[in-house]
Every structure is written in C-alpha cells, then in structure tokens.
Write a protein that binds this ligand. Structure first.
Ligand SMILES: [Mn+2]
Length: 332
C-alpha cells in the first residue's frame, strides 16, 4: 500500500479530527490546513483547525481562514490529530500542553528534519511544499479540488517556493499549479495579496534591518538583525519580517544569509538560507532547530551578541554543512 493510501485508510478509521501545524504559521501551513479541512469535510468527517496563534493579517484573504481556532472547549471530541507542515511535534507551540497527544497522529510534511512522530507519516522532503503533497492526496482520495481549496494550495506553493524561484521547484510543481489555475485561481490577485500589501511599519522595519547588514571578510556570509527596540520604533509586529532574509541572500557571492530576530528578552530567532550546496538544516539542527537544506531556522537562548557568536562559529567549524571543499572557501 502506498503512503497516500495509508493516510486515507487511517482517516477512514475515525470520525472527529483536530488539524494543526507549527507556531508562527505562514502560507504553506495555513493553506495546507485549510485545504485538508476541506478534504476531511468531503470525506464526511468532522474537523477543526487548532493553532497556537492566529494567521498573520496578509493571509486573512484565504477562504475560511476565520475557521482557524486558537482555543477549543475541554469537551471537544477528536479521535485523531493531523499535523501539517510540522517537522517536530513540539513545534505546535502552546497547544502542546492542551491537546491529548496520546490520540492517533497523522503527520504530513516536506521538511527534511521531520521527526516522523506520527502513527502514519507521509513525508516527502523533495516536495516543494506540504500543499504539493496534499494535491496528490486529493487525487488518491478522488476528491475534486474546488476553487476555494485551489486558492489555499496555490498560496501555499507560491510562498514556500519564493514565487517559484527556489530550487525546490520541479516540473511537477508547475503541473500542480497549472491544474490549480484551471480550478479558478487568480494568480495576479494572490501575488498582490501576499507580496504587495506590505504595511508601512514593515517597510520601515526592512529599512532598519538592512542598515544592520554585515558581511564576513570574504563576503560569503551575510547577516542582519532585528531588535525589540527596532520593532517598537517602527511600530512593527513579529512576523512582519518573514521575507527580509531574501535581501542578504540575494547579494552576489553570498553563500549563507542569516537573520537574527530578538523575539523576547534573551530569546533569539535565527533564520538561515543558503545558496549552492550548503546544508543549513545541519547548522540549525545543531541548535535544536531544523527545516530544509536551503532554508532552516532555530531559536537560541541568550543575547543577540551571544546568538551571533554561536551561529557564526558553528558555520565556521561545520564541515558537514560544506561538501566538496566549499567549507574552506566559506571560512569567515
Ligand atoms: Mn512548508
């Protein structure tokens, strides 16, 4: 039995479901959860989406985004939990303490670092996004993708591929997208909603973050930082910096880009991106994080200066992350 059929078999065993994803949800996690909610509904199931936080304002245009709950009643019944785009069970955030994790778990994801914590695991790290995996699941389940679901899946793929620019894009990704457009997706409208409705505060924060840009002497590593103070001065909230890391990443010759964000006093979020063959998933894993080969992240306890020192030293001494001698060229 293939992995998709195993997931459908597990779904058919139960009636009531909880759907969840990682904290600070972005396009793929929100779009995939909403698409999965529709799939379960068509399959005759009861399902609710429960997340540790509400989606960011720019994803409010997604059909049914209001159905994402951050609280449920204690007596809410669920026989199984579906995890989408969530590499580690602990990544679900605060609801980890609230939900009954002894229930059967269905784990659908494309992160290389996925811990395979489900009773059923449908993991494909070559897929551009969790949404791309769900597209195949819809086909296996013989469920027609309606326009609303096509919008959710398309937005998920658009954001996880950096508008079809990252190396995770395959001809299959484009085939999926072609079908989604045929199902009625207005690509121009979605692009505007996701990328061209930047708030003035986020734009100010970008300017402020760019002014902190630093490069290693050989210009292979570029990093920027965002402090609590900068957020306050710009009137910006956490989450508005989602795409900022693409600026240092796009500097000519840069192999690794890093964004350090002070999310709480003594707590630093680190986003890593790589060009070429450098595996930043290995670097993030060293600090208890993870993600993909070319896009990963972790959270480090300590000051900004300490986090920077730790991550930059790890990059310096991480030969595993630099195959074929690229390590020597990348030394800071
Ligand atoms: Mn994803």
């Amino acid at each position: 039995m293939n992995k998709f059929k195993k997931v459908l078999k597990e779904i058919n065993k139960h009636k009531n479901f909880l759907i969840t994803s990682h904290i600070n949800p972005e396009g793929d996690s929100i779009g995939s959860q909403l698409a999965f909610l529709y799939l379960l509904k068509v399959m005759g199931k009861n399902a609710r989406i429960l997340n540790s936080g509400k989606p960011g304002p720019k994803y409010k245009f997604l059909p049914n985004s209001k159905k994402i709950l951050t609280k449920i009643n204690k007596d809410t019944r669920y026989d199984a939990i579906c995890f989408l785009d969530c590499a580690d069970i602990k990544r679900i955030g605060g609801i980890y303490e609230v939900i009954d994790l002894s229930k059967p778990k269905i784990n659908i994801d494309h992160h290389l670092s996925n811990k395979r914590f489900g009773n059923v695991n449908l993991i494909d790290s070559r897929a551009s996004s969790t949404a791309e995996i769900l597209y195949i699941l819809f086909k296996e389940a013989k469920v027609k993708i309606n326009k609303e679901t096509a919008i959710c899946l398309y937005t998920a793929i658009l954001t996880d591929t950096g508008s079809f620019n990252y190396s995770n894009v395959t001809s299959f990704t484009h085939k999926v997208v072609s079908h989604l457009i045929d199902a009625g997706v207005d690509t121009n409208n979605i692009y505007k909603k996701v990328y061209e409705e930047i708030s003035p505060s986020a734009m100010r924060l970008l300017g402020s973050a760019l002014s902190t840009l630093k490069l290693s002497p050989n210009k292979r590593i570029a990093w920027m930082q965002i402090t609590k103070d900068m957020l306050k001065k710009c009137g910006a909230g956490l989450g508005e910096q989602e795409n900022f890391i693409n600026f240092p990443r796009s500097i000519k010759g840069v192999k690794i880009a890093i964004l350090f964000t002070e999310i709480a006093p003594g707590k630093i979020k680190v986003n890593l991106r790589s060009n070429d063959d450098i595996d930043v998933n290995e670097i993030a894993s060293h600090f208890g994080g993870g993600g993909h080969r070319k896009a990963s992240g972790c959270t480090i306890k300590g000051s900004l200066a300490e986090a920077k020192k730790k991550v930059l030293s790890e990059i310096k001494i991480a030969p595993f992350a630099f195959p074929n001698g690229a390590y020597t060229k990348c030394r800071i």
